[in-house]
Design a protein around this ligand. Structure first.
Ligand code: SAM
Length: 274
């Protein structure tokens, strides 16, 4: 019988952030496939778990992937973990998941910490709809494309960033986000956990020497309301409020004047006899 592939989320800092189920699975599996075996060994030592570890990172070749799949096909249960947080999210694992699915291997996600969700829920920024872009690309063309998407995003945007690139990313964001609010979630779940908010410009003033790990949360772009009145006559504009919203004459005139940025009396003259 084939084994199973468990995708096990591990702490992003605080070692207490691991689920009972994750601990049980790490104890029960035959092999743990880890992004960095030394890093995972620290966690396993903390949990008093001794297990056969195999390394698998973003540069691992197809042969490595196949050998992991072969183990599962031969009946071994495998847990895949990344250095921190949820495997596959800006971390290796996606290729193995795809290959496992092709081989009809059962995939069992073991949920737990994930930096983007941890940052978002405490940011105070709209969490109803959001886009996660991971790390911004370094390639200029691809980066500009992403920045353009952020500029016009109708959702909250979440980014990951390394400390040594934070300032240049904030500078790029400053060019496109202007007055929008950003939150930097730093060192989540660790001793120096911190949430710093402000416009990109204010963040550039506050964060001089970035240290630690950062998630960047960006408020959605204010969409300019489509000016549906632009091509209407004054009469159509007035009737829109009377017919669509059932407004009385006075209120409709007040609203038309507001839309047009003129004094109420100027509009009123046109409707004296209505
Ligand atoms: N798989 C991980 C997850 O579930 O969040 C993300 C791995 S990605 C390679 C690493 C990036 O995640 C860091 O550069 C940082 O942007 C973010 N990150 C991870 N841990 C963090 C923490 N404790 N505080 C803030 N950001 C963190």
């Amino acid at each position: 019988m084939k084994g199973k592939l468990y995708l096990v989320a591990t702490p992003i800092g605080n070692l207490e952030d691991i689920t009972l189920r994750a601990i049980r699975i790490l104890k029960e599996v035959d092999i743990i496939v880890a992004e960095d075996t030394r890093q995972t060994l620290k966690l396993l030592n903390h949990l008093d778990i001794q297990k056969h570890l195999i390394s698998y990172h973003r540069h691992s070749d197809e042969q490595k992937q196949n050998s992991i799949i072969d183990e599962i096909n031969e009946g071994k249960n495998i847990a895949l973990v990344s250095d921190a947080g949820t495997p596959v999210i800006s971390d290796p694992g996606e290729e193995i998941v795809k290959k496992a699915l092709e081989e009809n291997i059962e995939i069992v996600p073991i949920p737990g910490p994930c930096a983007l969700i941890t940052a978002l829920i405490a940011s105070g920024i709209d969490a109803k709809e959001f886009s996660f872009f991971g790390f911004l690309p370094m390639n200029k063309k691809l980066r500009n494309k992403k920045l353009d998407e952020i500029k016009n995003s109708k959702n909250t945007v979440i980014l990951y960033e390394a400390p040594h690139k934070l300032i240049s990313t904030l500078k790029d964001l400053n060019n496109i986000t202007k007055e929008r609010k950003l939150v930097l979630a730093r060192e989540l779940t660790k001793i120096h956990e911190e949430f710093i908010s402000g416009t990109a410009q204010q963040l550039l003033e506050k964060v001089i020497e970035p240290k630690g790990e950062y998630v960047i949360i960006i408020e959605k772009a204010e969409m300019e309301e489509e000016n549906i009145f632009e091509n209407m006559t004054l009469e159509e504009h007035y009737n829109f409020y009377v017919q669509t919203y059932g407004m009385n004459k006075n209120d409709a005139i007040k609203q038309v004047a507001k839309d047009m940025g003129v004094k109420k009396n100027e509009i009123y003259k046109n409707f004296l006899n209505k």
